[in-house]
Write a protein of this length. Structure first.
Length: 240
């Protein structure tokens, strides 16, 4: 039977989510723990790759199991075998042809920015800036990303046949000394959210007008490097 896992992890000490031969990864730790239960080598698929230092509260993975256990019993057997920075919140049986990446319709990310004096306790979990930016300008820029666009200027690499995706939602919210950027899209490309956040911060510092978004997308040229991965969280992957 095929099992679908919904998991969370602190990405600080992982070299990304995708398995790598010489580095600690989320996929590697999951496959090792599941292999202990299945008593054989296991390969899992995930809904998407997260980079080194990126966190998740709603990553999805799937694999084929030969064990005669209910999904909840499997979850209770699996979690004690995982390191403390990974937790499986839910396991459910799905059709045999379920593919966590190809079947996903929407992915939601959150980026967290802390305003104020540097706090070492937040070093791995938020981008920290000293001064309050122009949040209104950031919000106006954020809204311009909604719609279907070619995001090549906001990604790295050249391994995709297309960098076009639809953004369903893109919004900035100020809550006390925190700024939260939420973005939802059908698909994301490497460094896409982190480059968008850099643009929003520079707009908030009034170095660019909000319409720099349209200029960047139309020229297919990137002006912006990626911010640190520490503030980024994969919140949810939706299938309906």
């Amino acid at each position: 039977m095929k099992l679908k896992l919904t998991l969370s992890y602190d990405g600080t000490n992982f070299y990304g989510s995708q398995r790598q031969k010489y580095f600690r990864t989320v996929q590697g730790e999951l496959e090792k723990a599941i292999g202990t239960i299945e008593q054989k080598e296991i390969t899992i698929k995930t809904a998407g790759r997260t980079d080194r230092g990126v966190h998740a509260t709603g990553q999805v993975a799937a694999f084929d199991s030969q064990r005669l256990m209910t999904p909840e019993k499997y979850r209770k057997a699996l979690n004690p075998l995982l390191p403390k920075d990974i937790f499986v919140g839910k396991i459910e049986q799905v059709p045999d042809d379920f593919d966590p990446r190809r079947d996903a319709l929407r992915r939601d990310y959150l980026y967290r920015i802390k305003i104020g004096s540097y706090n070492p306790l937040l070093a791995d979990h938020a981008l920290q800036i000293e001064r309050i930016p122009d949040v209104g300008a950031m919000e106006r820029a954020a809204q311009l990303f909604v719609g279907t666009h070619d995001f090549r200027p906001f990604s790295v690499g050249n391994d995709k046949s297309s960098y076009t995706t639809v953004v369903f939602d893109s919004q900035i919210r100020l809550a006390g000394s925190w700024i939260y950027y939420k973005i939802s899209a059908a698909a994301f490309f490497r460094h896409m959210v982190r480059r968008i956040v850099r643009l929003l911060i520079e707009t908030g510092r009034n170095r660019y007008a909000p319409d720099i978004v349209l200029e960047s997308l139309s020229r297919k040229v990137s002006y912006f490097s990626a911010v640190d991965a520490c503030g980024l969280i994969l919140r949810r992957v939706s299938y309906d």
